[in-house]
Design a protein around this ligand. Structure first.
Ligand SMILES: Cc1ncc(COP(=O)(O)O)c(C=O)c1O
Length: 383
């Protein structure tokens, strides 16, 4: 029945001349039925202990108080322990990694500065860079080796360069930097006295991930998120991590002197305390879902996945050979089958037409629904 209804709605909207309904509004209104593969959120159950910690904070009405401004007892320490960082490092708990990025960009960038970044990328960071008066210098990575190379970084450096934005592993492409590459990028940064933003939002999906802090602690700023591994996107919690001295430069820009949501902090702490109990299982489920997505692409036959397996919880599918529009495919899969993926234009004005992005931290039956929908809708588009 549901399928029939969503199918009808799809037809209604498809033939509506102005598609005014926001896809996100539709998806949120139907959240219970949607396989959410559009925002790299995590839908794999982790541990009841995390939910219990949140419920306990509600029962005890801990929310009546402003939380302790440094973060609830044990949380900053648990974040540093998760990264194996010692006492020279400081943590500001933030409303997601996105706010950590905002704080650091506003604090460290000035008019005319340049930040070496990529295209495709997670573009909201580039917006923040521009807001700070600086300019992102977007190195094209929609080609082998699907990431920045030390050579390309060197070639892009000018007297105005202030910072390197290292998203590792990379949203959306799914590539990760090797230890050798991280070391070399750190050496370049040191040579030119640049900051490195080490955005490690997807770190847990990347085996052998290397932090820039290992080679270049003095000017590494780490952006940490609970959204993807701990499945906390809706909780809005993350952290800014930097060496103590550098943190003092950024602290005046911290908008959370009253701290961040206490329920999110309690859940985040519990997620770190129990991580050893659920991480491997979650990663195995995600890997199987990733394989199912690949099976769909293989079955369809005309598209390809540039980076497989992905080192993040998403991959991109190059659809350029099919001659179809990714946004239309997104529309059809959402309204026709309740499967929410993302057309690439959001991630790259330049290359976005070539690909769609699909996140796979969903239970395996959700990935099976993707498979069915992907093959069916591309066939329906006449390809
Ligand atoms: C590379 C990157 N950095 C930061 C973020 C923001 O994450 P958060 O939910 O922690 O704000 C995202 C979210 O998708 C991301 O992809």
């Amino acid at each position: 029945m549901l399928r029939i209804l969503t199918g009808n709605l799809f037809i209604a909207l498809r033939f509506c001349p102005s598609d005014t309904m926001d896809k996100f509004q539709y998806a949120h209104e139907h959240a219970d039925e949607i396989v959410w593969m559009s925002q790299n959120t995590n839908h794999i159950p982790l541990s009841p202990k995390i939910e219990e910690a949140i419920l306990e904070a509600i029962r005890s009405r801990e929310y009546n108080l402003y939380p302790y401004s440094k973060g609830v007892d044990g949380l900053p320490e648990a974040i540093l322990k998760d990264l194996d960082l010692g006492g020279g490092w400081d943590v500001i708990v933030t409303n997601g990694g996105i706010e950590a990025l905002y704080i650091l960009n506003r604090a460290l960038l000035s008019e005319g500065d340049e930040v070496i970044a990529t295209d495709p990328s997670f573009m909201p960071i580039h917006h923040q860079i521009r807001l700070s008066g600086a300019n992102p210098v977007e190195l094209p990575i929609y080609k082998e080796p699907w990431k920045m190379t030390p050579e390309a970084i060197r070639a892009a450096i000018t007297p105005k360069t202030k910072m390197i934005l290292l998203i590792d592993p990379i949203n959306p492409v799914g590539t990760a930097y090797t230890r050798g590459e991280v070391k070399e990028i750190c050496e370049i940064a040191r040579e030119h006295d640049l900051y490195i933003i080490d955005d490690i939002t997807y770190r847990d999906f990347s085996p052998d991930h290397t932090l820039t802090s290992e080679f270049y602690p003095e000017k590494s700023i780490i952006v940490y998120s609970f959204s993807k591994t701990s499945a906390f996107a809706g909780m809005r919690i993350g952290a800014l991590i930097a060496p103590k001295e550098l943190m003092e430069k950024m602290r005046p820009y911290n908008t959370n002197v009253l701290s961040v949501n206490i329920l999110a902090q309690r859940g985040a702490l519990a997620s770190l305390e129990t991580k050893g109990e659920w991480l491997d299982r979650m990663l195995k489920t995600a890997m199987r879902s990733q394989e199912i997505v690949k099976e769909a692409v293989d079955e369809e036959g005309g598209a390809f996945i540039p980076v497989f397996p992905s080192r993040t919880n998403m991959l991109i599918i190059d659809i350029s050979a099919l001659g179809i529009d990714g946004d239309e495919l997104e529309h059809r899969m959402l309204y026709g089958d309740g499967v929410f993926i993302r057309g690439g234009s959001y991630l790259s004005p330049r290359f976005g037409k070539n690909f769609i992005r699909v996140s796979f931290t969903v239970p395996n039956d959700g990935a099976e629904r993707f498979k069915e929908s992907f093959v069916k809708q591309i066939a329906a588009m006449g390809k």
